[in-house]
Write a protein that binds this ligand. Structure first.
Ligand SMILES: [Zn+2]
Length: 478
């Protein structure tokens, strides 16, 4: 029995060996592996991965270790790290002293009630304050010359800088009211990007969070006493993590498919760790497992695949913008950016989302059509959300690449979910079975796109017109 059994066993082993060669995937993406990564990246130990923080450094160390384990080639200036040498500026709560006097009464703003992301010291005594709408402040603010210009909360992010750039008058100080603390409050410091010059000659902007003094300033007729100490500044290293899997085609390997996600989250607030498991540890972990799966295959796609995670998305897509200004691989040879956000949770506020993945800017490029094959193969529905597809295009890191002309989209399982930017976005709320299916689809999709001799292109959708023009300029600069 035994001897006659042997040839059969060898034949079986041979058959298995042959079939595992033909059947490309050698490593599989498992729910367990995804869970293990998310549990670490979203653990309290990583402190919510704020930019900058020790917890975020631990996260980037971990991601780099996973890229190394997968066998990706390091593509940063420091191994897998692309380093941005920025500064971190801080003031203690007591460094801002602001008193407001109206009708003979003086109100002191409590410590932490006013903050300002400027470096220099300010000292003003008994200076009249003038309240204006944003429209007046931008168009005719002459009445605020030499005084304190008070404006409501910024209508859009970046409005304060816009005001500094457009101001025709010379106020001594701008106070922006921000009762809802939308623009950061308390003792946290701020990042200084040495590439972004301060607006020459512009007045400093102090943001006032305390409601009562804000009411007094809004009523008008107040004078202001203010002493702000100079900020303390220290150097800080921010890191994108970048690894590459080289393509197989002699010429197409010098073109690149970018698969990305952001590794930062919002850090610690009022002593609570905001773990950011779905936003966006999930996307990072999908990138890690897709990288490891694709690197383990015998077959390489024609084009190279770059796997990258970004810092500072939550503070305004800082890491992806940094990459777009300092691309490691030429942008003109970068054929697409496939960015991942929120790949873990299925409990979408609009209803459960299983076996499906939504893409922003769905009609802006031909990428959707190119991902159809992997979607069909894996039974994952690739879909367009009627309103969010366009509306959320500019809300994630893909925007930074689109702005320089590279077709770029973000893919997500769920958009709104109950703990979005809350302290309870924790690892245990993710659906890892579903995440594994979706990540397999994404890995195969990235492979297919990288293996295609045709590259994704912007369409003639009106909302994509500016990006398409940038894309043409990028290619023309060749
Ligand atoms: Zn977020």
């Amino acid at each position: 029995m035994r001897s006659s059994f042997r040839p059969l066993v060898s034949a079986l082993i041979l058959a298995l060996a042959v079939s595992s060669c033909a059947q490309i995937p050698t490593a599989t993406i498992t729910p367990e592996a995804l869970r293990t990564h998310v549990q670490y990246l979203a653990s309290d130990q990583l402190e919510g991965r704020g930019t900058p923080s020790r917890g975020q450094d631990m996260a980037t160390d971990y991601i780099a270790a996973q890229f190394r384990k997968a066998g990706l080639e390091p593509a940063g200036d420091d191994g897998y790290f692309q380093t941005a040498n920025w500064q971190y500026a801080e003031r203690k709560a007591g460094d801002v002293n602001l008193n407001i006097t109206a009708n003979g009464n003086t109100v002191s703003v409590p410590a932490g009630g006013a903050t300002g992301n400027f470096l220099d010291a300010v000292a003003l005594a008994n200076t009249p304050a003038v309240f204006m709408s944003w429209k007046d402040a931008l168009e005719n603010s002459e009445a605020a010359n030499g005084k304190v210009l008070v404006v409501p909360a910024a209508p859009v992010p970046g409005a304060a800088r816009q005001l500094q750039e457009k101001l025709k008058s010379k106020p001594a100080l701008v106070i922006m009211l921000d009762r809802e603390k939308r623009h950061g409050a308390g003792t946290g410091g701020w990042l200084v990007n040495p590439e972004q010059a301060v607006v020459k000659g512009a007045p400093p902007v102090l943001v006032l969070h305390a409601p009562n003094p804000a009411d007094i300033l809004e009523r008008g007729g107040a004078t202001v006493n203010v002493q702000v100490a100079a900020a303390s500044v220290r150097p800080v290293k921010l890191r994108n993590v970048i690894g590459v899997l080289r393509g197989s085609d002699p010429s197409l390997k010098n073109t690149y498919v970018l698969m990305t996600a952001h590794h930062d989250h919002v850090g610690i607030r009022d002593g609570e760790v905001y773990n950011g498991a779905n936003d966006d540890a999930s996307g990072v972990v999908s990138v890690i497992e897709a990288a490891s799966q694709l690197a383990s295959r015998k077959e390489r796609p024609r084009r190279s695949i770059v796997f990258m995670t970004f810092f500072g998305e939550e503070l305004g897509m800082l890491g992806s913008k940094y990459y777009a200004r300092h691309p490691v691989f030429p942008l003109k040879d970068t054929v697409v950016n496939i960015n991942l956000e929120q790949t873990g949770r299925t409990d979408d506020s609009e209803g459960k989302q299983e076996n499906s993945i939504a893409m922003t800017g769905f009609d802006f490029s031909t990428l959707g059509g190119m991902l159809k094959k992997s979607a069909d193969q894996t039974g994952v529905r690739l879909w367009k959300h009627a309103s969010f597809s366009d509306a959320f295009f500019s809300r994630a890191d893909n925007q930074s690449l689109a702005d320089v002309g590279v077709p770029a989209h973000t893919l997500s399982v769920a958009y709104g979910f109950p703990d979005y930017h809350g302290k309870d976005d924790t690892w245990d709320k993710l659906d890892y079975e579903n995440m594994a299916r979706v990540t397999r689809m994404l890995a195969q999709g990235v492979f297919d796109v990288a293996n295609d001799t045709a590259s994704p292109a912007w369409t003639d959708a009106p909302k994509a017109a500016n990006y398409a023009a940038k894309g043409r300029a990028l290619k023309a600069a060749n």
